[in-house]
Design a protein around this ligand. Structure first.
Ligand SMILES: N[C@@H](CCC(=O)N[C@@H](CS)C(=O)NCC(=O)O)C(=O)O
Length: 236
């Protein structure tokens, strides 16, 4: 596994940047370094050792190039993947797509009980993020608790490893970009430690932080706190 590759990350493209060639046979991940959805695909790519197969094309979302919506992805969001003459979006679809269409360690289990639980957890991601984001406007200690308890309980289900399905895989990748941000912000803005009284969640985060393919994708905590403060706490 080529997970220890330390990449020089390319600079983000803004509205003045030229469009990279489209459909020239290169596989490109249109991304943004601070986007948690795009981070899911970035981790998958890194962990599978696909740094040379999938080229990062980071965008500055605040000053987005017009060609992105017009020529590349009408949805105008990141992530999007250019592969085999097509553009594909949606992070949860993309992590599964990258896992099954490229070489490298498979990140979904074969065991039917684990497969079923994986789908349940993929489905819960939107509820999880919505509930926690909503709590920022109220009392997160009370209102976000159940969402983190759900994860704690889920982490108890399989005991053959510290990850959701025992071994590291796509379910962990789906959650970690959000849990990373929530942990930083809840601690900084509300003095709320999401791992207190949740030993499985604490161990899960600790184990993830040993994975190079993830470490390289982590967001800048200071920038995140400023961004979330302005977005969620400004009118309080
Ligand atoms: N459901 C999409 C959400 C992607 C998304 O919302 N990305 C944000 C950045 S974090 C974006 O591109 N926002 C730009 C916009 O909405 O104009 C996914 O899972 O890929």
């Amino acid at each position: 596994m080529a997970t220890a590759v330390q990449e020089n990350l390319p600079p983000s493209l803004d509205s003045k940047a030229d469009q990279p060639p489209l459909f020239d046979g290169t596989t490109r991940l249109y991304t943004c370094y601070t986007c948690p959805f795009a981070q899911r695909v970035w981790i998958t790519r890194n962990y599978k050792g696909l740094q040379d197969k999938i080229k990062l094309v980071p965008l500055n979302l605040q000053d987005r190039p017009a060609w992105y919506k017009e020529k590349v992805y009408p949805g105008n969001k990141v992530p999007a993947l250019e592969h085999n003459g097509k553009i594909i979006g949606e992070s949860l679809d993309l992590i599964k797509y990258v896992d099954s269409n490229f070489e490298g360690t498979s990140l979904l289990p074969n065991d039917p009980a684990k497969k079923e639980f994986a789908e349940e957890l993929f489905t819960y991601t939107d509820t999880f993020t919505r509930d926690v984001f909503t709590s920022f406007k109220g009392d997160p200690i009370k209102e976000a608790g159940p969402a983190f308890d759900y994860l704690e309980k889920a982490l108890h289900k399989f005991d053959d490893g510290p990850f959701f399905l025992g071994q590291f895989g796509l379910v962990d990748i789906a959650y970690i970009p959000f849990v990373e941000r929530f942990q930083i912000f809840l601690s900084e803005a509300f003095k709320y430690d999401i791992t207190a009284g949740r030993p499985k969640l604490a161990a899960w985060i600790e184990e993830l932080n040993k994975i190079d393919g993830y470490k390289q994708t982590k967001t800048d905590p200071k920038e995140l706190v400023e961004f979330y403060k302005s977005r969620f706490l400004a009118q309080k």
